[in-house]
Design a protein around this ligand. Structure first.
Ligand code: NAP
Length: 299
């Protein structure tokens, strides 16, 4: 029996672990892939208070090392269900705890067009910092208009020969600072009011077809496409113990409490106004603190 099981080893989950371990709680973190979550995709973090600049990889690794040093147990297994307020089921095992913290974040949103799965790793990527180096002096397109897309386009402008930034509107929701920097890059071309409608090629991606608001179709030769159109949560499997909103995010009260006592939610997985590193960290510390109080109450 653990004190707390945390599902997800991103910034929210690992911060929960940090606070719980420092309170001498017995903690298990269950993670399906690797530690770090979405922040691993951030090339450069410049808006975390008191840290001038750090890569997402370094941030995640520092946090991981910090909890490992405190003896954090991390098991790499995929959770398939929370059976009840004390039991978590993975593909392989069943684990029990006095409290559970869901910190599963969100996954990259897909384009939902034909052959998307086929071209993953063959010209299509959701992570510029992971795959950008394969496109040295090549032609790439970035899809999206948020900070991720702008940041990816900037990153790729330093590697690729040419970068098309394709966005479905003529206004960007991403950080203006990135946009201003992008406008100064000679090798970046903005294609606005346009949607990607097909991915073309055989084994490898060779071109994309886009359609603008006036229904005009254009084919663009590209070696790679980077999709940065936001995230969607992974909460369907928790529906028996938490309420979800229309977009699939977990509805929380008092920031991190779900409808089930002893089950908390931290980070991007919950309904919130701002999904950023700072707010994920805040949720991590708060969910841990609430779990500690609840465990004490039930002693
Ligand atoms: P986001 O802010 O949700 O932006 C997603 C973008 O993709 C929007 O421009 C949206 O267009 C577009 N989009 C969504 N679905 C689409 C579709 N099916 N086809 C074409 N375009 C589509 O997501 P994000 O950029 O990943 O950012 C997520 C959060 O992380 C934000 O809070 C952001 O500020 C933060 N972030 C911070 C940093 C940093 O501080 N360094 C870096 C990256 C991200 P519309 O605008 O038309 O809706």
């Amino acid at each position: 029996m653990y004190d707390v099981i945390i599902i997800g080893a991103g910034p929210a989950g690992l911060t929960s672990a940090l606070y719980l371990l420092r309170a001498n709680k017995k903690v298990l973190v269950l993670e399906a892939k690797s530690y770090g979550g979405q922040i691993l995709n951030a090339h450069k973090i410049e808006n975390y208070p008191a840290i001038m600049e750090i890569s997402g990889y370094d941030f995640a690794t520092n946090l991981y090392n910090q909890v490992k040093r405190l003896g954090c147990e991390i098991i790499y297994e995929t959770v398939i269900k929370i059976k009840d307020d004390k039991t978590v089921i993975t593909k392989e095992n069943e684990y029990k705890a006095k409290a559970i913290i869901i910190a599963t974040g969100a996954s990259n949103r897909k384009l939902n067009i034909d052959f998307e799965e086929h071209f993953i790793g063959k010209g299509l990527s959701y992570c510029a910092s992971c795959d950008g180096n394969f496109y040295k002096n090549k032609i790439v397109a970035v899809i999206g208009g948020g900070s991720s897309a702008l940041e990816d386009a900037l990153y790729l402008a330093n590697i690729a020969h040419k970068v098309y930034l394709i966005h479905r509107r003529d206004e960007f929701r991403g950080d203006i600072k990135y946009l201003e920097e992008l406008k100064k890059c000679d090798n970046v071309e903005f294609i606005l009011n346009s949607n990607i409608v097909s991915l073309n090629g055989d084994d490898f991606l060779k071109s994309i077809t886009i359609k603008d608001n006036l229904e005009k179709i254009m084919e663009i030769k590209v070696d790679g496409v980077f999709v940065a159109i936001g995230q969607t949560p992974n909460n369907e499997i928790f529906k028996n113990v938490v309420d979800l909103d229309d977009n699939g995010y977990i509805i929380a009260h008092d920031d991190v409490c779900t409808k089930t006592n002893n089950i908390y939610v931290a980070g991007d997985a919950r309904v919130k106004d701002l999904r950023q590193l700072t707010t994920a960290i805040a949720d991590g510390s708060l969910s841990a603190t609430k779990a500690i109080k609840e465990i004490k109450k039930n002693l």
